[in-house]
Write a protein that binds this ligand. Sequence first.
Ligand SMILES: Nc1ncnc2c1ncn2[C@@H]1O[C@H](COP(=O)(O)OP(=O)(O)OP(=O)(O)O)[C@@H](O)[C@H]1O
Ligand SMILES: Nc1ccn([C@H]2C[C@H](O)[C@@H](COP(=O)(O)O)O2)c(=O)n1
Ligand SMILES: [Mg+2]
Length: 240
Amino acid sequence: MRRCVAPLSPLISSSSSSSSFLRQAPWRFNIWESFTTVIGNRVYDLPVPEDNTPFITFVLGGPGSGKGTQCEKIVETFGFRHLSAGDLLRREIASKSKDGSMILNIIKDGKIVPSEVTVKLIQREMESSDNHKFLIDGFPRSEENRIAFERIIGAEPNIVVFFDCPVEEMVKRVLNRNQGRVDDNIDTIRKRLKVFEALSLPVINYYSQKGKLYTINAVGTEDEIFEQVRPIFATLKVSK
Ligand SMILES: Nc1ncnc2c1ncn2[C@@H]1O[C@H](COP(=O)(O)OP(=O)(O)OP(=O)(O)O)[C@@H](O)[C@H]1O
Ligand SMILES: Nc1ccn([C@H]2C[C@H](O)[C@@H](COP(=O)(O)O)O2)c(=O)n1
Ligand SMILES: [Mg+2]
């Protein structure tokens, strides 16, 4: 049976409706030895890595869905290394590297930076980390990102966590964020939402069909949302 993520278009073009747009079924992991646990009323098979190979979690969701906020909590509670693709790109801009002005223009325009640039930044962080448990936040944003990661890093994520948030809530959060980001304005947000629908939802569908996706209802307080996230990581047997 195919599991698909419904498009956002009615939500992007009008400001009136909200949605929870992922339908899903229990997951299966084929690569790792697995054990069974229950989250909510569903039975999940969770991966159990047998050695210190990297444990990669992709953290996905629309702009302002709360990825960064929840990643901080996962880091505090479960000791992962948090790599935000957006933060790595903003660091390149701030350091005035050769790609800095190209990255700035793309981010201002709500588009996606060439995959090779972003993957190389992630690769550098992964290779210099002594922590092998990674939360890769805001990546992959497109099929091109995903394929470039597989090609350059030579790995796939063990699990993918998707923060499913209504458009109105995402817009409200971004406009209230107050961190001086060049993309936190209504024009850029509209563009980012279109990019999310056109390029990122297919990636989320891809991982849903591969049985790697955990969908979190991203509406509620930060603590309420973390109570949905916690059991995913609490049941993983990953060495520190
Ligand atoms: N559950 C929540 N309820 C209300 N506000 C929240 C919640 N979670 C996060 N926020 C706030 O919403 C804003 C966006 O959150 P955050 O930066 O974590 O989102 P994000 O998914 O990382 O967004 P982006 O993709 O733009 O980086 C922040 O100001 C954050 O404090
Ligand atoms: N894989 C990625 C991640 C981010 N970007 C660019 C475009 C985004 O709008 C911007 C901010 O990212 P965020 O902090 O919201 O995760 O960074 C990209 O091009 N590719
Ligand atoms: Mg973020």
